[in-house]
Design a protein around this ligand. Sequence first.
Ligand SMILES: NC(=O)c1ccc[n+]([C@@H]2O[C@H](COP(=O)([O-])OP(=O)(O)OC[C@H]3O[C@@H](n4cnc5c(N)ncnc54)[C@H](OP(=O)(O)O)[C@@H]3O)[C@@H](O)[C@H]2O)c1
Length: 244
Amino acid sequence: MKIAGAKVLLTGANRGIGRAFVDELLRRGAGKVYLGVRNANSQSFPDDPRLEVIHLDLADTASILAAAAKAGDANILINNAGFMAGTGGIAAPSLDGARQEMEANYFGPLQLTRAMKDSPVFSSSGAIVNLLSFLSLATIPAAGTYSASKSAALALTRTVRAELKAKGTLVVAVLPVQVDTEMGAGLPEPRLKPSEVASDALDALEAGEEEVFPGQLSKNAAAGFKANPAAVQAQLSQYVRPIE
Ligand SMILES: NC(=O)c1ccc[n+]([C@@H]2O[C@H](COP(=O)([O-])OP(=O)(O)OC[C@H]3O[C@@H](n4cnc5c(N)ncnc54)[C@H](OP(=O)(O)O)[C@@H]3O)[C@@H](O)[C@H]2O)c1
């Protein structure tokens, strides 16, 4: 799968890892990048005729369907946008954060992926890249409902991959540890650079790989998890929010 000449629909394009994807896609010669953004005023993008901003709120069905129709010629879908409330499980003041996480990290990408069914994404020239997390595999209780939404997104990724196998779509799971973005600001250092995540994800796409742990930090975490998943979970389980 080549990025050069490809048409891409990218969610959460305006900041963090999404903004790094924009630069990397342009550098690799993407023919068109539809920039999914929730707030029309929040973007600052290069002046490049290949870029087109489209409104996309993953918590709003009408917005998802309209965005999919506008980007109907895209052959690559990058489900990058995501949300982390980081308020624990029982410790959270209400279920609002958990619901927002499921909308942004699970239901939104599910609905957007379904809405692309008449596009070249669902073909042998198509690909889907899902930004998951190392927390899809192991849970930090302090961000436990986020971990749950990212575990759900991993199950969804496996499902979509199996369902689209006959069509020939490549479905790539990206599982980073903490990244230096607004979302990752409260997470421990060292953190991955957003550019590292975007670059390794697109390398995996171009190589036809189905799973990538971007950067050395993620690779080290993945090796630790493979060797002893219970020990990794026990370590992460130390990070708990008190119940008020
Ligand atoms: N940062 C980390 O440590 C880390 C680690 C592993 C995985 N990830 C994953 O990587 C992806 C990108 O994260 P990031 O670190 O770049 O986060 P970020 O800096 O917080 O950016 C999140 C992006 O998602 C968008 N977004 C959130 N909810 C949305 C919704 N309902 N509809 C449409 N767009 C929405 C935001 O738009 P607005 O600007 O409008 O809010 C923003 O563009 C996410 O899926 C995240 O879960 C991040």
